[in-house]
Design a protein around this ligand. Structure first.
Ligand code: PXP
Length: 244
């Protein structure tokens, strides 16, 4: 069964709009768990623009489902991950100017550093995932660097305009999911997914986890977080996977 991970960063984004105390992402973590989510994801960015160190540490103490930490491969953040010990870290590229993560990790070009980081993280008993574009060479590099999971970047699929471009992006994801599994990697997917475009992603072969944030938090503004999570769970669990 596919597991649903909820990225709650944007609850903290709203808090930071006033630099105050509410809404508290710790409450969001609890509500997502109560609604039936399988995983809570947060991205501790170098600039702490949304989730901060206090959030991560409190979530570690309060979340009972899997905690997945998205992070850049920097000494400071790796040190924090090793102390906090989430169940999983997902290594992502990070660029201070970006509005959100803009593309997969270039594992091939950063093989040495990512291999060293993956090894430290794995030795601490934490699962290692790399967020990559659906490209064969990045899968090979991910395998060589010691990742256990890859999270396939679904952003180009989500942003594709028209059926032809969408089908092309979907095909890349299908091929990568199949190839990744053959290489011994476990397969996750995420970025830019919403209540409509997630449906075709459910048919990806070997898919274990979906990681979704913005669309669920956006819907929560209108219907509440509990309902927003349950409505996504209804799709992920009950919609028969399409054949293509
Ligand atoms: N997966 C990764 C690796 C991400 O960086 C993000 C965004 O933080 C997501 C999933 C969730 O993306 P979205 O907010 O577009 O659902």
């Amino acid at each position: 069964m596919i597991k649903l991970g909820i990225n709650i960063d944007h609850v903290a984004t709203l808090r930071e709009a006033r630099k105050g105390k509410e809404p508290d992402p710790i409450w969001a973590g609890a509500l997502c768990e109560l609604a039936g989510a399988d995983i809570i994801t947060v991205h501790l960015r170098e600039d702490r623009r949304h989730i901060n160190d206090r959030d991560l540490r409190l979530l570690r103490q309060t979340v009972q489902i899997k905690l997945n930490l998205e992070m850049a491969d920097t000494d400071e953040i790796v040190k924090i991950a090793l102390e906090v010990k989430p169940e999983q870290v997902t290594l992502v590229p990070e660029n201070r100017e970006e509005v959100t993560t803009e593309g997969g990790l270039d594992v091939r070009s950063n093989l040495k550093s990512l291999t060293a980081t993956a090894s430290k993280v794995r030795e601490a008993g934490i699962l290692v995932s790399f967020f990559i574009d659906p490209v064969e060479d990045q899968l090979l590099a991910g395998r060589d660097a010691g990742a256990q999971f890859v999270e396939l970047h679904t952003g180009s699929y989500a942003n594709a305009v028209g059926e032809e471009a969408t089908a092309r992006e979907l095909e890349k994801l299908f091929t990568a999911a199949q190839r990744g599994q053959e290489l011994g990697l476990r397969i996750n997917a995420g970025h830019g997914l919403n209540y409509l475009n997630v449906k075709r992603i459910l048919a990806l072969p070997h898919l274990e986890e979906l990681h979704i944030g913005h669309s669920i938090i956006s819907r929560a503004v209108f219907v509440g977080l509990d309902r927003a999570v349950r409505e996504m769970l209804d799709i992920v669990f009950w919609l028969p996977a399409p054949k293509s």
